[in-house]
Design a binder for this molecule. Sequence first.
Ligand code: FAS
Ligand code: PHB
Length: 403
Amino acid sequence: MNTIQTQVAIIGAGPSGLLLGQLLNKQGISNIIVERATGDYVLGRIRAGILETGFANLCREAGAGERMDAEGEVHQGFLVSIEGKETRIDLSDLTGGKAVMCYGQVEITRDLMDLRQAGDLPTYYESSNVEVSNPEGAKPGLSFEHNGESYQVECDFIAGCDGFHGVSRKSIPAEIITEHERVYPFGWLGVLSETPPVDDELIYCKHERGFALCSMRSQTRSRYYLQVPLTDKVEDWSDDAFWDELKKRIPPKAAERLVTGPSIEKSIAPLRSFVCEPMQYRNLFLVGDAAHIVPPTGAKGLNLAASDVDALSKVLQRFYETGDRSVLEKYSPMALARVWHGERFSWWMTNMLHQFPDLGVDGLDPETFDRFMRSQAEYYLGTEHGRRMIAEQYVGLPYSSLD
Ligand code: FAS
Ligand code: PHB
């Protein structure tokens, strides 16, 4: 049995775990990361594309902002198309100059991985049988197997950065937590293609055939999504079928400009709203998707993970500076205050822009619910104060402070 001693044991080498590890390391707080997959597998998951200002700044603070600033694209607005009628949300004009960074989650994860490797920080990929022990005690622990060897980690704290299907949330006694969940009656079929984006900015489209989103990763790589029934399988969708359907849902001028090509990645993601409260159990802290999930309509998932990381790194830094354990209890309320805003905005955008095949919210029949949503879209897109509400949430509300 190999014994490792560290101050913080991090489970998961996704963006949450890697960013937290970097920030703790900069504060002189020792940490290890235990990840069940290979680094290549982690990088193979094509996910988010929009970084809030706060997240971009945190990446710079962690020392991982150089390539993002060189290759990422600053977006000062995005378009919303309702049955082909376009409205631009002018983010910068409506938020006093704020914007978002268009830079793929894969890229920022790669940058953080490279940084961790350059710093020779302990990271155990392809680990198995990861188990949390004694999270409520004075000496929590973690055990795992790696390269045929068994490891026991003695630490002060455990950060569960292991995503929705990880082990950390399951390590909290069920009677301690409350789970809030809304599973949506549809999914997103996503395609990545080496084709030029259809526009300079993102286009969120509401259409009677279903939602569509035109996004991008660079000027030569595009990301598109279609709302599809939960019964669809990715093999049901040829590339040609995908492009034909996308053209029907996006604005006509965009459809004329659309450059199609072979998909280099194609997958269907289910949509859910989920929050676990509280986000901690004494010395075990849940971070990112381990604690919450949002439908990607508001581009909040990865960004909420970042604000959790910000909150936890501030709390742990203050604890190690002062030895005052009471500051540890601030993490969950600090993180949740911002999580619920992101959850509400993502749910609100999803209701407004998707077709609900069965009962909508409050058990309304689809037709009535759709009329409510059209009225909501008309008001919020048709008024400056309505567009400002959308813009403020999209660029990201301020991070919670410790004091
Ligand atoms: P992650 O799930 O990214 O990482 C968790 C890590 O923990 C993984 O590497 C996993 O292998 C590891 N792990 C799990 N169990 C473990 C165990 N027992 N032991 C050790 N390691 C373990 N967000 C957006 O903002 N915009 C989007 O467009 C968007 N699209 C998405 C599409 C899909 C299909 C999915 C699933 C999510 C999407 N998201 C999007 C949200 C997504 O980006 C997450 O918010 C982000 O990955 C959260 O990062 P982490 O909290 O690090 O969790
Ligand atoms: C993406 O580019 O993957 C993306 C962008 C914005 C969203 C969701 C996904 O709201």
